[in-house]
Design a protein around this ligand. Structure first.
Ligand SMILES: [Cu+2]
Length: 294
């Protein structure tokens, strides 16, 4: 059998590697609620598009750079064939150093700079702007207590205060109202933000809502915060994003986004049920804390 010449063999190797990469990418299991195998889990939050934009633009840059590298390598393979006399240098001339540094700086400032600049805007205007949630007259507050290996969620009940008789607690079952106001525009008075405070009783866990593009660590001895506005009805997954022990994989919960009226009815019912079984001496069961103001 006639063997391939060296440049051809290198090109075939490159093509085989690319095909293997593509096959591996399409073989990934479909994430819950995603619209295609290529996309992220379906975004059901008001602000998740900010994260998706950053990921998509960064993916675009990476694909562009990959394409440039492939063309560059193919050109080098074909040009530097057996007719081309080999040249050898250490790549330490001024010219080489300037080109290498110039390309590196360009990639760093454009790709990483874009990530840094826009993610800073996102955290300052939305994700870490907790006042936006706390000042809303409609805010729904939830305390989440993580432990090996489940999520306890506490609602304040009709009195709006945690640690009182009308609190109710759910296990791996967090429900929130759909929060987009009638005008569907963000940051308006009729949106319903969900504000969460998170703690842990044992090790570090991380409350992860992939469909809302948000996660926050639950750390023993600390109260952490996160907030979001849910934009679409339905059930999505809650996961733990910190490996927290042998049953880490069991820390799967469901976040249900409900019609506001249904959420009200459910909250009232749950609170009434909880009050029937309230025991003031149950120290373990009454783990709620006083809501930390900003
Ligand atoms: Cu965990």
């Amino acid at each position: 059998m006639k063997s391939l010449n060296k440049p051809m063999a290198q090109l075939v190797g490159l093509a085989t590697g690319g095909t293997a990469l593509l096959t591996a990418a399409t073989a990934l299991a479909e994430p819950l609620g995603s619209d295609t195998i290529w996309s992220l889990p379906r975004d059901v939050s008001r602000d998740g598009h900010r994260i998706d934009w950053l990921i998509q633009v960064t993916n675009g840059f990476v694909i562009l750079l990959f394409g440039i590298m492939c063309v560059w390598m193919a050109w080098a393979i074909l040009k530097h064939n057996s007719d081309h006399e080999a040249e050898y240098d250490h790549g330490d001339s001024r010219h080489h150093i300037a080109v290498a540094m110039g390309i590196s700086a360009l990639i760093f400032f454009v790709v990483d700079g874009n990530l840094w600049f826009n993610s800073t805007i996102d955290v300052n205007t939305v994700y870490w702007n907790f006042e936006l949630a706390e000042k809303s007259p409609n805010v729904v507050r939830i305390e989440v207590n993580a432990h090996q290996w489940a999520w306890d969620a506490r609602y304040a009940g009709p009195d709006g205060k945690f640690g009182t008789k009308d609190d109710f607690v759910t296990l791996n079952d967090v429900r929130v109202p759909m929060g987009l106001g009638a005008d569907s525009k963000p940051n308006t008075d009729d949106d319903v933000p969900v504000s969460m405070q998170l703690a842990s009783t044992d090790v570090i866990h991380s409350f992860y809502l992939p469909n809302l593009r948000i996660k926050q660590d639950a750390v023993p001895g600390m109260i952490n915060r996160m907030w979001f506005v849910a934009a679409k009805k339905g059930e999505v997954e809650i996961g733990c994003a910190q490996h927290c022990g042998v049953h880490h994989y069991k820390m799967k919960g469901i976040l249900t986004i409900m019609e506001p009226a249904d959420f009200q009815a459910w909250s009232q019912h749950m609170s009434e049920q909880a009050q029937l079984g309230y025991d003031a001496n149950d120290a373990e069961g009454n783990w709620g804390w006083k809501w930390r103001e900003i």
